[in-house]
Ligand binder design. Structure first.
Ligand code: NI
Length: 154
């Protein structure tokens, strides 16, 4: 395993749309292990592959109060319910926390590193985190969605 560099806001990589994973191989496994190590070291809640410069649809996140880590390959939000507004931060945008409205509950279909389908159900903080990470795969940063922010402002 190896820690990877976390790309910071302003890098155009963070604005790209990531591609679906097609090969569930050792390289993918290595990427996921490295992302978890990087996340733990940075003491974050979630990390998406484009944040380490890899434009693939993969994220890792803490889950259930940090008791476990989840990995999600080719994640798709299939169900949302309710909403909540809470402050978020991002390892790619240091020292900024802003409020974002997200679903209170989400169901995400994804795959594990071996290509097995998984269903992730998340509430509250975990739901916000999953949505935040999936946004990264589409080049969206939480600061794009800050509540009360004027459209078009940066
Ligand atoms: Ni982020």
């Amino acid at each position: 395993m190896a820690r990877r560099n976390i790309y910071q806001v302003g890098d155009s990589t963070l604005r790209q749309i990531s591609k679906p994973v097609t090969e569930f191989d050792d390289k993918l496994s290595q990427l996921i292990d490295d992302m978890i190590e990087t996340l733990v070291y940075a003491d974050g809640a979630g990390l998406a592959a484009p944040q380490v410069g890899v434009l693939k649809r993969v994220f890792v996140a803490t889950f259930d109060g940090g008791r476990t880590f989840i990995e999600a390959v080719n994640p798709v939000i299939v169900k949302t319910k309710g909403s909540r507004t809470a402050a978020e931060g991002c390892l790619s945008i240091p020292n900024i926390r802003e409020k974002v409205e997200r679903p209170r509950h989400v169901v995400v279909n994804a795959f594990d590193r071996h290509g097995n389908p998984i269903v992730l159900k998340a509430d509250n903080f975990d739901a916000s985190c999953f949505c935040h990470e999936i946004d990264h795969l589409d080049g969206i940063l939480f600061t794009d969605k800050t509540v009360g922010k004027k459209k078009g402002s940066k």
